[in-house]
Design a protein around this ligand. Sequence first.
Ligand SMILES: NC(=O)c1ccc[n+]([C@@H]2O[C@H](COP(=O)([O-])OP(=O)(O)OC[C@H]3O[C@@H](n4cnc5c(N)ncnc54)[C@H](O)[C@@H]3O)[C@@H](O)[C@H]2O)c1
Length: 266
Amino acid sequence: MDFTGKVAVVTGGGNGIGRATSAAFARHGAKVVVVDRDAAGAQATAGIIRQNGGDAAAVTADVTKAADVKAYVTAAIETYGRIDCFFNNAGIEGKVAPTAEYEEAVFDAVIGVNLKGVFLGLRHVLPEMIRQGSGAVVNTASIAGLVGTPGMPAYVASKHAVIGLTKAAAGEVARHGIRVNAVCPGPVDTRMIHALEEQLAPGNAASVAERYQAAIPSGRYTTAEEIANMVLFLCSDLASNTTGGQFVVDGGRTATPGAVTNLIAR
Ligand SMILES: NC(=O)c1ccc[n+]([C@@H]2O[C@H](COP(=O)([O-])OP(=O)(O)OC[C@H]3O[C@@H](n4cnc5c(N)ncnc54)[C@H](O)[C@@H]3O)[C@@H](O)[C@H]2O)c1
């Protein structure tokens, strides 16, 4: 997988999966635009890339705001001239609560980042790729986009919707030489999964971590680097006729229905 001369834009690049994927793109030769609402996180990722001899720019942006999205696209074009790969990844987990009790404001916040943020990214990056006549997009869905996770209604709805957006966009731009796929991670060892563990068992996150990992056939959380590997593959020429798909990286969890944990059952 050689990304020499290519430009990758990564949202949510200031932490977790986005940081690991930004670093992986850079290791394989890409120039990387690291986008995050957390300015320090984005700067830190760009700094790690530069320390390792790569080329990266950090852009502070909130993916829910169209003006910010336009600004990160403009920054990428002004800095590096094009966008070859777009990892549309920023997301939040929201609160764990049943639908019957879910706070409307939290629902709106989760849909705002996970669905509208992904839509706005496509809305403003795809025109650049159409102009170029090439490009590869990976949207971050989740296994929560494939199966229900009781206790996370907004998150599950947003991730199912990301898969729908992926399929619609893929069909629209395929003849422009652009591919659009979704990656569906299972639980990944990042801040997000540890925040969920803490919500479920305040002060005793380790017990949830143990139970979750025992329910995964491989026996452990996926690493952010393992998600990055799938994203790079999907953005590479090795995946040259792969579009509109959803690619699970979950240690076998969704293949084993009994392993789907009910988050509300204690
Ligand atoms: N960790 C998991 O278990 C897991 C599993 C499946 C899918 N995912 C998805 O992977 C993606 C990355 O999650 P992660 O695990 O790396 O979490 P993370 O919290 O470590 O990283 C998410 C990053 O997104 C940024 N972000 C959040 N809202 C933003 C906004 N409005 N604008 C710009 N940046 C914003 C955060 O600042 C953070 O740097 C998310 O879409 C998440 O839903 C994670």
